[in-house]
Design a protein around this ligand. Structure first.
Ligand SMILES: Nc1ncnc2c1ncn2[C@@H]1O[C@H](COP(=O)(O)OP(=O)(O)OP(=O)(O)O)[C@@H](O)[C@H]1O
Ligand SMILES: CC(=O)N[C@H]1[C@@H]2OC[C@@H](O2)[C@@H](O)[C@@H]1O[C@H](C)C(=O)O
Length: 368
C-alpha cells in the first residue's frame, strides 16, 4: 500500500525511436508536481535494437520472449541505479498498436520487475483504455497538464513531443483538473524521428541525422509532401493515435531521393504534420514547448519556428528536461493509478469517460 501524500516515483520509457531506456524520478501526489529527482539513460546496443525492431508488429507474448527479456533486463539494470523509490511506472516497449483493431501491445513483464526490484511497479498502462474503446495513446497529456501548472503558464500552451512518433497536448491552464472538458486536447501528430532514423540506419549505418546536419543540405520534394498531407489521418478529428510504422508510404516515396533531399523531405513532413495539428487545436497556443529527441534536430526546429504562427522553444526554455518528460510522465501516471485517479479521458484518447488504467504488480510473490 502506497503511503499518503507526496511520494518518490521512478518512471521509465522505452519509446518508438527504439534508442534506449529513459528513467527519471518525480516527487508527486499524483496531481501536483513537487519536484524532479535524478534521471538516467541506458542505450540499446545495435544488436538489442535489431531484435526489438525484428519484433515490431508482434502481438503475442509467446512470440516476443527475446524482445521482452531485453526490455526487462535493460530496465532492471537502469532502475537498480536509483535508491529510495516508493513506486515505479514501467511503460515497456510498444511492439504493435492498432486501437481500432487488434489492440495495443507493450512487451515486458512488470511483475518480474517488481519482484526483482522490491517495490510496486505499475505497468500495462494502455490496455484498459483500448478495451473501453479509447486509443490507448497518448498518455503523457495529464502529465503535460501538471507541467503547465508547474511552469505557471497563464495562457494556452502546447507540449509537442518529437520521439519516433510525434504527439501534441494543447492545454488551457485556467482549468483545475485535466479531466475538465476544456482542459486539454491531445493526439499523435504524425511520424517524427522514426522514418529519419530508419533511413540513416539503412543507408548510412548511423542512428540518426545528428543536429539535422544532412537534412540542412537537402531540398524538400514538394510533390511527396503534397501526397503525404493528403493522407486521411490529417483530416481525422482528434483524439487519434498512430503506430510507429503507419507511414510506410512516406519512407517508400523518399527512397529514390539523395540522402540529403530524403532527410529534408522527412523533416518537412514533420513540420507540415505539426502545422496541421496546431490547426486542430481549440485555439492557437501562445507557446509551443518541444520535448523529445527531435528538439535536437536544428533543421527541424528552425522549420517549425519558421512555419508556426506561435513561439516555438525547447522545454529547456522553462527549466524542464526534454529527454525525461516521458519517463517522468510514467512516474506520475503510476502514482495516479495507485491512487485510483484517471489517466486518460475523452480529450486524450477519445475514450467515452475519464478512465483509470494500469496494473499494479506487487513486490511480493503471491502465496499461490
Ligand atoms: N542531436 C540530435 N540530432 C538529431 N536528432 C536527435 C539528436 N538526438 C536525438 N535525436 C533523435 O531523437 C530520438 C530519440 O528521441 P526520444 O528519446 O524522444 O524518443 P523515444 O523515447 O523513442 O520517444 P517516443 O516514445 O515519443 O516515440 C533519436 O532516435 C533521434 O532520432
Ligand atoms: C502506442 C504508443 O506507444 N504510442 C507512443 C508513441 O510515441 C509517441 C506517441 O506515439 C505517443 O502516442 C505514445 O507515447 C507517449 C509516451 C504517450 O503515450 O504520451
Amino acid at each position: 500500500m502506497l503511503q499518503a501524500g507526496v511520494v518518490r516515483a521512478l518512471g521509465t520509457m522505452s519509446g518508438t525511436s527504439l534508442d534506449g531506456v529513459d528513467a527519471a524520478v518525480l516527487d508527486t501526489d499524483g496531481q501536483q508536481i513537487f519536484g524532479f529527482g535524478p534521471s538516467d539513460y541506458r542505450a540499446y546496443t545495435a544488436q538489442e535494437q535489431a531484435v526489438l525492431k525484428a519484433h515490431l508488429g508482434c502481438w503475442q507474448t509467446d512470440d516476443c520472449v527475446q524482445a521482452s527479456k531485453i526490455v526487462e533486463e535493460t530496465h532492471i539494470a537502469v532502475m537498480q541505479l536509483f535508491d529510495v523509490v516508493d513506486i515505479a511506472g514501467f511503460h515497456g516497449q510498444t511492439l504493435a498498436h492498432d486501437p481500432g483493431g487488434r489492440g495495443t501491445h507493450q512487451c515486458g513483464d512488470g511483475t518480474r520487475l517488481a519482484q526483482t526490484l522490491g517495490y510496486p511497479v505499475v505497468w500495462n498502462f494502455r490496455t484498459a483504455d483500448v478495451a473501453a474503446g479509447g486509443q490507448g495513446a497518448p498518455l503523457a497529456p495529464f502529465y503535460h497538464f501538471a507541467l503547465a501548472k508547474w511552469i505557471k503558464a497563464d495562457a494556452a500552451v502546447a507540449f509537442l513531443n518529437l520521439g519516433g512518433v510525434g504527439n501534441i497536448t494543447w492545454i488551457d491552464p485556467a482549468c483545475d483538473d485535466p479531466t475538465d472538458p476544456g482542459a486539454l486536447l491531445a493526439f499523435d501528430t504524425g511520424p517524427a524521428n522514426a522514418p529519419m532514423n530508419d533511413l540513416m540506419r539503412n543507408r548510412l549505418g548511423k542512428d540518426y541525422d545528428a543536429d539535422g546536419a544532412i537534412a540542412a543540405q537537402g531540398r524538400c520534394d514538394d510533390a511527396i509532401i503534397a501526397a503525404f498531407m493528403a493522407h486521411p489521418y490529417f483530416s481525422m478529428p482528434a483524439p487519434k493515435s498512430l503506430d510507429r510504422d503507419a507511414f510506410k508510404t512516406l519512407t517508400q516515396a523518399v527512397s529514390a531521393l539523395s540522402d540529403a533531399d530524403a532527410l529534408a523531405t522527412l523533416v518537412q513532413a514533420v513540420v507540415r504534420s505539426v502545422m496541421a495539428a496546431c490547426a486542430q487545436c481549440p485555439r492557437l497556443p501562445q507557446k509551443l514547448f518541444v520535448t523529445g529527441g527531435g528538439r535536437r534536430n536544428k533543421t527541424l526546429m528552425s522549420g517549425l519556428a519558421d512555419a508556426l504562427p506561435c513561439d516555438v522553444a525547447a522545454v529547456e526554455a522553462v527549466g524542464l528536461d526534454g529527454d525525461m518528460i516521458e519517463a517522468q510522465a510514467f512516474a506520475y501516471l503510476a502514482v495516479r493509478t495507485a491512487r485510483g485517479l484517471p489517466i486518460s479521458s475523452p480529450q486524450t484518447t477519445g475514450v467515452a469517460h475519464p478512465m483509470t488504467g494500469g496494473r499494479i504488480a506487487s513486490a511480493f510473490k503471491s502465496a499461490d
